[in-house]
Design a protein around this ligand. Structure first.
Ligand code: GLA
Length: 363
């Protein structure tokens, strides 16, 4: 759990923005809710000197000092690079300088690296023109190279792969040391994007577990034109998906409503459940989907999501058996923050457009 600069600041992010984010993560109660990583995404990079040592650009005068500041708040600092010669925003990448860069991050006190494919795609296609298999092998080797470089620094650094779900990354990412890997394309601050990504995660549950997670991308909660119901549905789905929670909103404009969603202890408990089993889709009927997730204490998280444009108001089957629960279990309505007594399979559900019901069921 943490926060990343990209979704709000994009390439404009500065040292001051990161310090301010760290301050607000503490003052808003986000740190105490579990948000610990403050991650600088793309656009911090400057030029390499004659020895090949990378320097940060003028927006980041001293990353070591920044890391010290972030650490002094009880938080961790993340950084970003690419295995290609350039990053996606056309800054300097790590190609040919992997160990040098890993050593630099470690010397600054970096705790997390997002390693984004970007221009390495060009390196792959140019080096192995029509040989797709060779290209994919090169990609894995590039990720393994940085894995080894990070290990060699001796500093524990969370390793986050970003290659947009290419080549069924979930099947091999743990072998190259990844702790998390993006499963698809970039998220945007609208519900269409959130819904499309969430629905695309069906079937990936078996690849995730403690220490190695599917990453459906950073949160857009609090960004764009997402409504209260949409922000909650976004969070509901990410919690069922056991997703890494990297907030991506403008913390200087944090509203009580958004803070409440990001720090809701019951939803975070589902997301961070120690069993570490990702949930999956159990039922679809048109725009209504049921997703469930088994939890460590034998409870089950069950989400009913209305992806449709219209309100939904009728009795539906909760598919309790498929969810791993049964009629007569007790239900706690997470967003309402209250118990709703025992449940039966047939349940009366009222959901507005893009609204979700998130239940925690216990025997
Ligand atoms: C890619 C990634 C994004 C972000 C940008 C930065 O698009 O998928 O998450 O890191 O690059 O340029």
């Amino acid at each position: 759990m943490g926060w990343n600069s990209w979704n709000w600041f994009g390439r404009k992010v500065t040292d001051a923005d990161i310090r301010q984010a760290a301050d607000i993560i503490v003052s808003s109660g986000m740190r105490d809710a579990g948000y610990r990583f403050v991650n600088i995404d793309d656009a911090w990079e400057g030029k390499r000197d004659e020895q090949g040592v990378l320097h940060s650009n003028e927006k980041f005068p001293d990353i070591k000092a920044l890391a010290d500041y972030v650490h002094s708040k009880g938080l961790k600092l993340g950084i970003y690079s690419s295995p290609g010669p350039q990053t996606c925003a056309k800054f300097e990448g790590s190609f040919g300088h992997e160990q040098q860069d890993a050593d630099l991050y470690a010397s600054w006190g970096i705790d997390f690296l997002k390693y984004d494919l970007c221009t390495f795609r060009t390196v792959m296609t140019q080096s192995a023109l029509n040989d797709k298999r060779k290209q994919l092998q090169m990609m894995r080797e590039a990720y393994e190279k940085m894995h080894q470089a990070l290990l060699k620094t001796g500093r524990p650094i969370v390793y986050s792969l970003c290659e947009y779900g290419y080549d069924s990354v979930w099947q091999w990412a743990p072998e190259v040391g990844a702790h998390l890997w993006r499963t698809g394309d970039d998220i945007n601050a609208n519900f269409k994007s959130v819904a499309q990504i969430a629905r695309g995660q069906a079937g990936l549950a078996k690849y995730a577990g403690p220490g190695h997670w599917n990453d459906p991308d950073m949160l857009e909660v609090g960004n764009g034109d997402l409504t209260l119901d949409e922000n909650r549905s976004h969070m509901t789905l990410w919690a069922i998906l056991a997703a890494p929670l990297l907030a991506g909103n403008n913390l200087t404009q944090l509203t009580p409503e958004v803070t409440a969603i990001l720090t809701n202890r019951d939803v975070l408990a589902i997301d961070q459940d120690p069993l570490g089993r990702q949930g999956d889709r159990i039922f679809v009927e048109g725009p209504i989907e049921l997703w469930s997730r088994p939890l460590a204490n034998g409870d089950v998280a069950l989400a009913v999501v209305n992806f449709g444009q219209d309100s939904f108001l009728r009795g539906i089957s909760l598919h309790l058996k498929e969810a791993g629960a049964a009629a007569g279990w007790k239900a706690y309505d997470v967003w309402a923050g209250k118990s709703i007594g025992t449940i039966d399979d047939l349940h009366q559900v009222t959901l507005k457009r893009h609204e979700s019901l998130l239940l925690r069921l216990s025997r």
